[in-house]
Structures are given as C-alpha cells and as structure tokens.
Ligand binder design. Structure first.
Ligand SMILES: [Zn+2]
Ligand SMILES: [Zn+2]
Length: 209
C-alpha cells in the first residue's frame, strides 16, 4: 500500500526534524532545506549547501550558484509571500542536483516532487509547474533587453531605452520577467552530467522518474 508507506515515511521524517519556530535566517533556512529534502527526497544524498539571506533585491526570490552549492534567498520577496520559501528552497535545490536550467531534468525533478507531495501532509509543491518555475509577481518588474547583433543581454528594473555600447544600436526588449531565476555566470557553466558526477547528488538521471 503506497499511501501507508508514504505516511510512515512522513512520520519518521517528523521525528528526525522536530518542529521548531522558523526564522528567515541562514540557519533557519538551512534547517528547512534539509528537513524538506528528507521529507520529499529521503533516499537521496545532497551536498552541503550554503544558504545566504539577500536583503536588497526585490526583483527575484532566489539566486543559485550551482557550482558552489550556494543559494541566496531574498528576504523582501519572502516577506511578501511568507510561505513560499519552501518551494523556493526546493526549486533552487533542483538547480544544484537535477538541472542547472529549467530544462527537461528540471521538469522530471518537479514531477517527482509532485508525486511525493501526495504522501506529505504539508503543502509545499505547487500543483502547477509554472508556479513552481516562477515566483509571484512583485511590484518590482525587471525588463530584459538584447542586442540583435552581438546578443548582449541587459536587465533593468523597469522599461528603458537601452543601447548596445558595442554596436551602438537600440537593444530590443526580450521579455518581462520576475521571480525565481537562477542566474549563473557564464564562466561557471558546465554540463549537467559533469556537475552531477562525484558530488553525492542524485546518482543518475534515471533515478529521477
Ligand atoms: Zn551589440
Ligand atoms: Zn530556476
């Protein structure tokens, strides 16, 4: 009986992580990350992850440096949506263990979480994939512009007339975006397989069904 198994698993995880008052701090969020990991993905080992609190960014919920196992959660966003830190943590964890982008492996990771949510009483995973991908709209929109020639990308807090310095032509508006975005410096980019290997993360792609 699957639900019995799920219930037993949830109970044993409750004992492992006794309830405590949540505080939006590096320590509080770290406790929550490992608690949620054990609740949803008990059979997987994850690396040590450093969580920092960002105070002055309003445009997004979080930022992940996946090759440093480092996550920054922004406080202003989470003050507005106090329960969202849970899905934000699991979203960002996905960038470290499953897929650096919002690609296919990220979707598989999400599907696994949805399946696990059925046996977990605590509501954490949004039932809609888009809600898991993006945070809620905040007042602080960001606009993204790109140069049609050299493809340079620039982001702003609002819509502006942006000019490419290199090509001296107006940049084109790409899309409005806000919310959870894992922004990764180009020099850090590596393939998913390379990053998963030897890190004690999800053992293989196939373990994510
Ligand atoms: Zn250009
Ligand atoms: Zn993301």
């Amino acid at each position: 009986m699957k639900w019995v198994k799920n219930l037993l698993r949830a109970k044993s995880q409750e004992q492992k992580h006794p309830p405590r008052k949540f505080e939006f701090s590096s320590e509080g969020l770290t406790y929550e990350l490992y608690r949620l990991k054990d609740l949803f993905l008990p059979e997987f080992k994850i690396p040590n992850i450093k969580i920092e609190v960002g105070k002055h960014t309003y445009t997004k919920a979080a930022l992940t440096y996946y090759n440093q196992n480092r996550i920054i959660l922004y406080k202003p966003y989470h003050l507005r949506f106090p329960t969202d830190y849970k899905s934000t943590l699991l979203h960002e964890l996905g960038h470290i263990v499953a897929d650096h982008t919002h690609g296919e492996d990220f979707k598989r990771y999400y599907n696994l979480l949805v399946e696990r949510q059925r046996g977990v009483e605590e509501e954490v995973i949004p039932s809609n994939y888009v809600d898991f991908l993006f945070s809620k709209v905040t007042r602080h929109y960001s606009s993204r512009y790109y140069c049609p020639i050299c493809r340079t990308v620039k982001v702003y807090r609002k819509r502006v007339n942006s000019v490419c310095k290199k090509c001296s032509i107006p940049m084109l508006e790409d899309m409005m975006f806000e919310g959870i975005e894992a922004i990764v410096p180009d020099s850090f980019k590596q393939t998913v397989n390379k990053s998963v290997l030897g890190r004690g993360c999800f053992s293989s792609k196939d373990s994510l069904v």
